[in-house]
Design a protein around this ligand. Structure first.
Ligand code: NAP
Ligand code: MG
Length: 498
């Protein structure tokens, strides 16, 4: 009997790609309009101003959000003050902790909702909001809840006391996580807060307001005033605010510092960065390439501590760049809600324009650009992952923070030269070192002027670990026991001028 030959019905695949795997958007139900969260209620703005917030991936309007004016900020500070004086500051610290544990658990319970909303409103890939932003936000509340009744142990013999009302202003790159970095230590220390989210990403903060209600947090302990820079400025100027915590650009940070000079209001600033990611020739190179990719393309490079300057030892330069380019071809850019997406949308048109302008300056100054072949969606704001080689230290792309998926590659020969080049920046937020020698890691870490130095890894965060800058990257630390200190006053402080 003749064997029948199997005839394939479909031609063999020549291209392999991932099928779409979108996260269900239905988990989030959006209101048409969101008021300001003041005194435990969503209220209409006295300013009568509302503005849309959009999805940067589709330019679709998601909801309208209130824009706070001076009178609204004043009302929020008033609510925070009365919550502080009428109960919160005198509440047993273990009771404060209970509320915070409750909030942490609710963030976990509502994590899918928060992750989808974060990706919708801000454009970051769902795998990042789901696996990084939201779990870390919950971890911050768990961690600081643990400190609430142990402040005397955290600062022995210093008699820590809360400050009062904290005004907090955050950026759009990690909206919920920055909120957690700010609110958790403030509440643990016994303060009440007024928080202003960024203009383009207010929605997870408003969902967090709902979580505060669900947790039965006393009204006025947390107040959220949405709006633009004017609301932030009003909060900074308000005479009844005891402490300002700001994360954002160095320009605005400087303006805030000028405004507060001589007022006695406490201030911490978490500003920009231009981190060096330093790769030595004895490192595990494939692992380092993963670290380089994570360092600059995580969250589209909208990361203050992004490894935006790659310093490669000259002997492995060509090999590293070749591996890096090959790896870039495998990154998938597109729908932030797709679980396979590595690179989502640029947060706003304004940010896209800024990235485009800086990339043009790199080309004009003579650097060589590489972008892997990748199709950008027609609607929304997108930028292909980009590598610049042939970069001189004086180029703008080596000096200025691009805050986008753009890497500038430089080289060095000796560890001394690596340190010189890494420190040759106005910033000092973070750095990375890739080498198999432990002694070299320590030698480098001692000399790098950066608040965080990662070794054989990058962009690692833990609530127990302090984070903050040197030089124009700001001052003060967030995270860890250090992160409590800016929210407390200590016995004897007054003698030194507060
Ligand atoms: P930005 O303009 O400084 O904005 C940050 C926040 O400040 C936003 O909520 C903003 O409101 C508000 N704001 C604007 N003008 C203000 C004023 N005059 N007074 C008070 N508040 C004001 O920064 P961005 O460009 O949105 O954010 C990106 C920058 O943040 C980058 O440079 C990045 O490095 C830095 N960043 C630093 C860290 C860190 O931990 N060190 C973390 C994340 C980001 P609107 O959004 O309404 O303008
Ligand atoms: Mg938005």
């Amino acid at each position: 009997m003749a064997v029948e030959k199997h005839k394939p019905t479909t031609p063999a695949l020549t291209e392999w790609d991932y099928a779409p795997a979108p996260e269900a958007r239905e988990i989030v139900s959006l209101e048409q309009r969101y008021g300001l969260f003041i005194g435990g209620e969503f209220v209409k703005p006295r300013s009568k101003e509302w503005q849309p917030t959009i999805s940067p991936a589709t330019e679709e309007k998601l909801a309208e959000v209130a824009y706070a004016g001076d009178a609204d900020v004043n009302a929020a500070v008033g609510a925070a003050r009365s919550a502080y004086s009428n109960g919160w500051s005198s509440l047993a610290p273990s009771e404060r902790a209970k509320y915070m544990f409750r909030i942490a658990r609710l963030i976990q319970e509502r994590s899918r909702e928060l992750a989808v909303l974060e990706s919708l409103d801000g454009g970051k890939p769902i795998k990042e909001s789901r696996d990084v932003d939201v779990p870390l936000a919950a971890a911050h509340f768990f961690y600081y809840a643990g400190w609430a009744d142990k402040l005397e142990y955290a600062f022995p013999n210093r008699r820590p006391k809360p400050l009062g009302v904290a005004g907090q202003i955050i950026p759009w790159n990690f909206p919920l996580l920055m909120l957690a970095w700010k609110i958790a230590p403030a509440l643990a220390a016994g303060n009440t807060v007024v928080l202003k989210p960024a203009e383009t990403t207010p929605l997870t903060a408003l969902l967090f307001a709902d979580i505060c209600r669900q947790a039965d947090l006393p009204p006025g302990v947390v107040n959220i005033v949405t709006g633009d820079g004017r609301a932030g400025a009003a909060l900074v100027k308000h005479p009844d605010v005891n402490k300002i915590a700001f994360t954002g650009s160095t320009g605005v940070g400087k303006a805030i510092q000028r405004e507060l000079a001589g007022t006695g209001t406490k201030l911490t600033l978490e500003l920009g960065g231009k981190a060096a990611n330093i790769v030595f020739d004895d490192c595990a190179l494939d692992q380092a390439v993963e670290g380089i990719v994570n360092g600059i393309y995580f969250n589209q490079g909208h990361v203050c501590c992004a490894g935006s300057r790659l310093l490669v030892q000259e002997s492995i330069y060509e090999q590293t760049v070749a591996k890096l380019k090959r790896r870039l071809e495998t990154l998938r850019l597109g729908d932030p809600l797709d679980k396979n997406t590595d690179i989502g949308a640029i947060n706003s048109k304004m940010q896209l324009d800024r990235i485009t302008e800086l990339v043009q300056s790199g080309k004009d100054e003579g650097a060589e650009i590489y972008q892997p072949p990748c199709k950008l969606p027609e609607k929304g704001y997108w930028f292909a992952p980009t590598v610049f080689t042939n970069v001189a230290q004086s180029y703008r792309i080596a000096q200025e923070e691009i805050f986008g998926p753009v890497l500038s590659v430089l080289t060095f020969r000796t560890p001394e030269e690596a340190v010189e080049k890494a420190n040759n920046t106005a910033y000092g937020l973070s750095a990375g070192v890739w080498t198999e020698k432990g002694s070299r890691i320590l030698w480098m870490a001692e000399r790098l002027r950066a608040g965080v130095v990662w070794a054989n890894t990058f962009n690692r965060f833990d609530p127990a670990s302090p984070f903050g800058g040197y030089k124009e990257s700001g001052f003060g630390r967030e995270g860890g026991r250090h992160g409590l200190e800016p929210y407390l006053s200590f016995e004897g402080d007054e003698a030194w001028g507060g």
